[in-house]
Design a protein around this ligand. Structure first.
Ligand code: SF4
Length: 393
């Protein structure tokens, strides 16, 4: 018998909040040859991990469930929360199931964590993944090809296997399907947000950080079907886009508070990494050529705009304003982690792009362990009411 929405949400929430990675450990124990590779936010080419037969696991911190004891000693007080939280997870043994770790060049914080990891966990495979900031195929493209090829060789060594082109294409197809299912779910939420509220859609996404992609695809299919067929009542909340939450994640309570305050989040940049490529990598007629070339081209041509990616000729904020138009949103809530340089340094440029199109916005900050939401509820509730009273959207 098919699962209900409530059962699927409960399953996803248990997976999303499993900071001890018990499900991942069970997957690994089923076969001694299995390997797990953790990756930090935001973007790494997870297709290569899947192609190696390994389990890519997204590591985004300990939420409000993990008390930071040793992690604080590694960092000054004026940076975001996620690095101290991830170090705490590592030192407390909760990440022991991982055989390797990928640290992308999201910002100085995550870049420098790769060094900490090498010192603290010398028996683990650690790679700093230098995501290009140049989109010329001859420069950034060649660099990204070099990074992907080197990661492929490293994982072959780690798993004592060969990663064939065939397994690369199979993995790319699985992740293409994953992104297609997520786009479908985002479309459903935008069209009828009362059927698939963000507090649930987010859990579905987050479960994907700890599930093999095949299982995550199945969960997304089941939830989308169950939510579409549910008979939840229509609620006329204000439609907003949430921006700035691509790395350290807000607590679930914050997303629920925004909904209770009268906001439907109809688009966002939550957990952006696994859905960063916005179109299928494989052409409609099927795989053609070299899979590494396909991954390179996808990043150069099909990556979403993000604060941690340099843009040259385009207007910073134009994609955010376009998103507001596409989703028929009435306003934007900038919600960024405290001390997040990429998000907070971009905000004035993003706000200017919204101002130029007459799009209302407010801003707030959070940490993954923020526990008090009353002020946020009042702020978001006032914003939602103002949009309902005065917005033209
Ligand atoms: S939250 Fe922001 S500053 Fe902190 S690690 Fe992530 S991108 Fe870097």
């Amino acid at each position: 018998m098919a699962s209900t929405v409530e059962e699927l949400v409960a399953r996803a929430e248990a997976l999303a909040l499993d900071v001890d990675l018990t499900g991942v450990a069970a997957w690994k124990e089923a076969d001694p040859a299995r390997r797990v590779v953790g990756y930090l936010p935001v973007f790494v080419p997870i297709e290569i991990i899947t192609a190696a037969g390994m389990h890519p696991v997204g590591i985004i911190g300990g939420t409000d469930q993990v008390e930071i004891i040793r992690g604080d000693a590694y960092f000054q007080s004026y940076i975001c929360h996620i690095p101290r939280s991830v170090v705490e997870l590592g030192l407390s043994g909760r990440l022991d199931v991982c055989d390797g770790f990928l640290f992308p060049s999201t910002c100085d914080v995550i870049r420098n964590m790769s060094g900490i990891w090498k010192l603290e966990f010398p028996d683990k495979y650690v790679k700093y993944v230098d995501v290009p900031q140049n989109f010329d195929p001859e420069i950034g493209g060649n660099w990204w090809r070099h990074e992907i090829t080197s990661l492929r060789a490293d994982l072959e060594k780690l798993g004592e296997i060969e990663i064939t082109d065939e397994s690369m294409w199979t993995a790319i197809a699985l992740h293409d399907e994953n992104r297609r299912l997520l786009r479908n779910l985002y479309d459903l939420r935008s069209e009828r947000p009362w059927l698939a509220p963000t507090s649930e859609v987010y859990l579905m996404q987050r479960a994907g950080l700890v599930l093999p992609v095949q299982e995550h695809n199945e969960l997304l299919r089941e939830y989308t079907e169950a939510a579409t067929n549910s008979d939840r009542p229509l609620m006329d909340n204000s439609r907003i886009v949430l921006a700035g939450a691509f790395c350290e994640q807000p607590p679930l309570g914050l997303l629920r508070t925004l909904e209770r305050a009268g906001c439907w989040i109809v688009d966002d940049d939550l957990l952006l990494g696994p859905r960063m490529i916005t179109e299928p990598i494989i052409d409609p007629e099927g795989p053609v050529g070299d899979p590494v070339d396909a991954l390179v081209k996808a990043f150069l041509d099909k990556a979403a705009a993000a604060s941690f990616i340099y843009i040259d000729e385009k207007v910073k904020g134009a994609e955010l304003a376009d998103m507001v138009d596409k989703r028929q949103a009435e306003g934007v809530i900038f919600a960024a982690p405290s001390f997040c340089d990429p998000a907070l340094l971009d905000r004035p440029m993003l706000a200017r792009a919204l101002d130029e199109r007459g799009i209302s916005h407010i801003s707030m900050k959070y940490s993954e362990n923020t526990g008090q939401f009353q002020t946020i509820r009042e702020q978001a509730g006032t914003f939602a009411d103002a949009l309902k009273l005065w917005s033209d959207a």
